[in-house]
Design a binder for this molecule. Structure first.
Ligand SMILES: [Mg+2]
Length: 396
């Protein structure tokens, strides 16, 4: 059926920063190369596949990476270079389909529905994109395809490195069944642990959980996760109206050291950003955190949400998951920030969210916004804070 082709493609460059460095200096080929600062307090920004085979991962402290590979080659990052190459990648993608949504420096979703007459099946188009990037830029990339953006992203990750995987609509449920639940964007470490307590490790097992139990376990994104797990999600690209972002950050006079303090600040910021989104009637596809150590070392990390959202609960979960992955790298923090990116109008392009279980949650949070605007203060800011808390860390 023509309208049921897997026309949503997700293209992700393989070990992007490291691959660019290796391309620019072929002597690095085959070596455990990482991009990052050389200091022991810095972290790995990108790791080549030979480095990954030694257990090295991005966001790992450089000292750990050195321990794993004494012959480690550390290349200082050249952000401007990566941005320039990123533009070239996006140009290649745009030449095949104008339905393009870049979600990070080295990743984009494409809807190739309109490109089929000219370029063939989604599989042929995926192969063409990879070939053009390989021959034109000398870089490896991977492509996943599906009827759902969430599943396309899962497929590209399974295709890595240097691969192509198109999941046909009727094969989606079988493709997902054996995979760990964590591959679903929106199922963070906390959710994984909670599901494990129910004896659920795979997406196939997740499907067996009764709806009410799943909602208790996963909260507001249960409906969306259930749809993705069942293979019935059809969320495609959104209409991205503005190239802007919305966020908050704060510099602290005294470094944040205690994890509970960092968690509280990030949670508050995620709520604040979600509230700003709702006030402007926007949804965010991506949420990012910024962490800066007293020595100026800065990490920014972004997560793309399976479904665009303005729900505080969802932003919070992504923000905390990002931070938990990075926390080891920067034990003391001078600056913390949270930002929502790739914004869509809540009505129209992103209205798919209204179909899911999140509707009720969003309505509830919007009602709380109205109450807060009317009565002011923090007293209504969180369902879990039954006792009013004034001021506290302040909202900047
Ligand atoms: Mg990548």
């Amino acid at each position: 059926m023509e309208d049921e082709d897997s026309t949503i493609l997700h293209l992700d460059m393989d070990a992007f920063f490291a691959s660019v460095e290796i391309r620019d200096d072929p002597r690095l080929a085959g070596l455990p190369v990482v991009v990052g600062g050389a200091g022991d307090r810095s972290v790995v920004a990108a790791a080549s596949y030979p480095a990954r085979r030694r257990g090295i991962r991005s966001a790992m402290p450089m000292a750990t990476a050195r321990r794993l590979a004494p012959d480690l080659v550390i290349v200082p990052p050249r952000i401007d270079r990566y941005r320039a190459v990123s533009r070239e990648v996006m140009e290649i993608l745009g030449s095949v389909s104008p339905q393009l949504e870049q979600i990070s420096v080295d990743e984009a979703f494409l809807d190739v529905r309109g490109a089929r007459r000219l370029f063939g099946t989604p599989e042929q188009i995926g192969a063409l994109l990879r070939e053009r990037i390989r021959s034109g830029l000398g870089l490896p990339s991977s492509v996943g395809g599906s009827v759902s953006r969430a599943v396309a992203k899962i497929a590209s990750a399974r295709a890595k490195p240097d691969g192509l995987l198109i999941v046909p609509p009727e094969g989606t449920a079988a493709f997902l069944a054996p995979l760990p639940v964590a591959v679903i964007s929106g199922v963070g470490p906390k959710a994984v642990a909670a599901l494990e307590r129910l004896g659920v490790r795979t997406i196939g097992e997740l499907r067996e959980i009764p709806g009410p139990t799943l909602r208790r376990t996963l909260g507001p994104q249960a409906g969306m996760v259930a749809q993705i797990a069942a293979g019935t999600d059809r969320t495609g690209l959104g209409r991205q109206v503005r190239d802007r972002s919305l966020g908050t950050e704060r510099t602290f006079e005294e470094d944040l050291v205690e994890r509970t303090d960092v968690r509280r600040v990030l949670t508050g910021m995620a709520d604040e950003v979600a509230r700003s989104l709702r006030r402007e009637d926007l949804l965010a596809r991506t949420v990012s955190i910024k962490l800066r150590a007293p020595d100026g070392t800065t990490i920014t990390r972004a997560a793309t949400m399976g479904q665009p959202s303005s729900v505080g609960e969802r932003l919070r979960e992504h923000v905390i998951a990002l931070w938990e992955r990075e926390a080891g790298g920067l034990p003391r923090l001078r600056l913390v920030g949270v930002r929502a990116e790739h914004l869509l109008p809540a009505q129209g392009g992103g209205s798919v969210e209204l179909a899911g279980r999140t509707t009720g949650w969003r309505d509830l949070e919007q009602a709380m916004d109205r109450a807060r605007d009317r009565f002011g203060g923090e007293s209504l800011s969180r369902l879990s804070h039954l006792a009013p808390r004034q001021g506290g860390e302040g909202r900047g």
